[in-house]
Design a protein around this ligand. Structure first.
Ligand code: T3D
Length: 276
């Protein structure tokens, strides 16, 4: 696992389309275009990318929390940037948009060497829904809903949706969600195993933040290795997965946090993990 570089500057940069804050080992990234239901435009993609670079670089950050401001989590791509006058404008290459913006974001979240918690504070549609599904621990407020909106406008689920959906809820439900584009209420999303937990709206940020803070105090290397193991399972055989577990356990077993975990257990005290 590559060593983190020391942060040159404090990470509280000022952005226009997101809020970014670091406290108690947790970086909180808030999608912040509430009048557009936090839909993605190019500027927001750029700012999220810059924030993610800070998350990777700053050794103080040991968990990431993603949420949205206002009544929505994220409505996916800003469709006002996609209007085409028939016969006048050349259609846009959406494959390029995925290649440049959405795919790198999803890969970054999945590969980030720390837990990513998501607090879905309202409707999550299109790439917004699938952004949430790419996170490691998804909390949603009871009024939130998940919509695979792509089929309504002639597109296919992107941002990892066609991968995560069948994995999380099975083929039948994935097909239903993707082909019909119906809104899935947060409570049902929890029952179906799409998300970790549905909580009351007014408890959402408290619960998600508490989880992120607890994870930020955890054995970060070990947690990152757990994430790697679980993420690899979908495309692995048992034989390969056992071999991976062996490799990852070897790495985990040499961390200072493992030594601390054992010492704390034997000393009947709470462990003090340093994330190394
Ligand atoms: O293009 C590429 O680069 C490829 C990648 C694509 C990724 C994608 O995400 S494609 C899918 C894009 N998203 C959608 O299709 C969802 C569109 N939005 C909706 O279906 C609904 O707005 C919601 C279900 C999200 C919320 O419904 P509701 O009834 O709560 O709110 P509303 O009244 O529909 O929306 C409120 C306002 O937000 C409204 O504007 P107005 O009338 O108040 O000025 C609406 O137009 C705007 N808004 C909502 N979603 C988007 C949006 N504006 C631009 N882009 C949006 N995605």
């Amino acid at each position: 696992m590559p060593a983190k570089k020391t942060a040159a500057k404090p990470p509280q940069a000022s952005f226009k389309t997101i809020l970014f804050d670091v406290a108690g080992g947790v970086a909180t990234l808030t999608l912040n275009r509430p009048d557009k239901l936090n839909s993605f435009n190019t500027e927001m993609h750029g700012e999220i990318r810059a924030a993610m670079k800070q998350v990777k670089r700053d050794p103080r950050i040991r968990a990431l929390l993603i949420t949205g401001s206002g009544r929505a989590f994220c409505a996916g791509q800003d469709l006002s940037d996609r209007a085409v006058a028939p016969g006048k404008d050349k259609p846009r290459d959406l494959g390029e948009s995925l290649e440049k913006y959405y795919n790198p974001l999803i890969r970054t979240l999945r590969e980030l060497e720390m837990p990513v918690v998501c607090a879905v504070n309202g409707v999550a549609a299109g790439a917004g829904a699938n952004l949430a599904l790419a996170c490691d621990l998804v909390f949603a407020g009871r009024s939130a809903r998940f919509i695979q909106a792509f089929c309504k406008i002639g597109l296919v689920p992107d941002s990892g949706g066609s991968y995560h959906l069948p994995l999380l809820v099975g083929r039948a439900r994935a097909m239903g969600l993707a082909l019909l584009g119906d809104a899935l209420p947060a409570e049902q999303a929890e029952e179906w195993g799409l998300i970790w937990k549905c909580v009351d709206d007014d408890a959402l940020m408290r619960e998600a933040t508490a989880a992120a803070q607890a994870l930020a105090k955890g054995p970060t290397v070990g947690l990152a290795l757990i994430k790697r193991a679980i993420n690899s399972a979908a495309t692995s055989t048992l034989k390969d997965q056992l071999a991976l577990e062996q490799d990852l356990q070897r790495v985990a077993g040499y961390t200072a946090d493992y030594q601390e975990g054992v010492a704390a257990f034997l000393g009947k005290r709470a462990p003090k993990y340093k994330g190394r």
